[in-house]
Design a protein around this ligand. Structure first.
Ligand SMILES: N[C@@H](CCC(=O)N[C@@H](CS)C(=O)NCC(=O)O)C(=O)O
Length: 211
């Protein structure tokens, strides 16, 4: 069967955690795709050419022929439906409750913890930068994240036993803290470092380090 031509639109620096999620999802599936970059610093995302394909005018956007989709978790779910297990690697748990929970975690990481996102930008994760100590709002968000991660992981290596895309998203958020030198419980340090060893994640890190 002829594979559709998929194009993933990314920020030019490869610093976007949301593009990373879609990139890892596509890479885990082992399907060919192309990457086009959009220079956000030059507001290329607001130009007509990009507005015509992206509802949100943000990255990521995935283009599949005449169909275009933005919002990283929507892209992850679309990819999972288009390239289902067992023919392709699963990126979500098969159990309905675990699958729903994975989506819950993805939605939460994208809609909450704003103080961490503001005070611990992804330049820390992808460009080795460092930021001053967290404010009290940042620390409160970090405490909330750590507490939730410890409860969610319990004694497992991944959120739901087998790896899923929510593990990459959760590890990214924890790494905003860990790679800045903010203290994390040892169990979470082991978790993020293990997640960062995945081949698909390493491929993304190679892109962000190569600019
Ligand atoms: N909820 C969106 C967030 C996407 C997002 O915030 N993308 C940023 C880059 S990290 C962007 O395109 N910013 C440019 C803008 O908002 O104008 C997703 O999960 O895809």
């Amino acid at each position: 069967m002829q594979q559709p031509t998929l194009t993933l639109y990314s920020d030019a620096n490869y610093y976007s955690p949301y593009v990373m999620s879609a990139f890892v999802a596509l890479t885990e599936k082992g399907i060919p795709f192309e990457i086009e970059t959009v220079d956000l610093a030059q507001a290329e995302n607001l130009k007509e050419s990009y507005s015509a394909i992206s509802t949100t005018r943000r990255v990521p956007t995935l283009s599949n022929g005449s169909f275009q989709l933005s919002e990283s978790s929507a892209i992850d779910e679309y990819i999972e439906e288009l390239f289902p297990a067992p023919t392709f690697a699963a990126i979500y748990p098969s159990n309905p409750e675990d699958r729903a929970k994975a989506r819950e975690i993805q939605a939460w990481l994208r809609s909450d913890l704003m103080a961490i996102r503001e005070e611990r930008s992804t330049e820390i994760v992808f460009a080795g930068q460092h930021r001053p100590p967290l404010t009290s709002a940042g620390q409160a968000a970090a405490d909330k994240l750590v507490d939730a991660a410890l409860r969610l992981l319990d004694e497992r290596n991944n959120l739901f036993g087998e790896w899923c895309i929510a593990d990459t998203d959760l590890a990214l958020m924890l790494n905003r803290l860990h790679l800045n030198g903010d203290a994390l419980p040892e169990k979470l340090v082991e978790y993020v470092e293990r997640q960062w060893q995945r081949d698909s994640v390493k491929e993304w890190l190679a892109l962000s380090g190569k600019k």
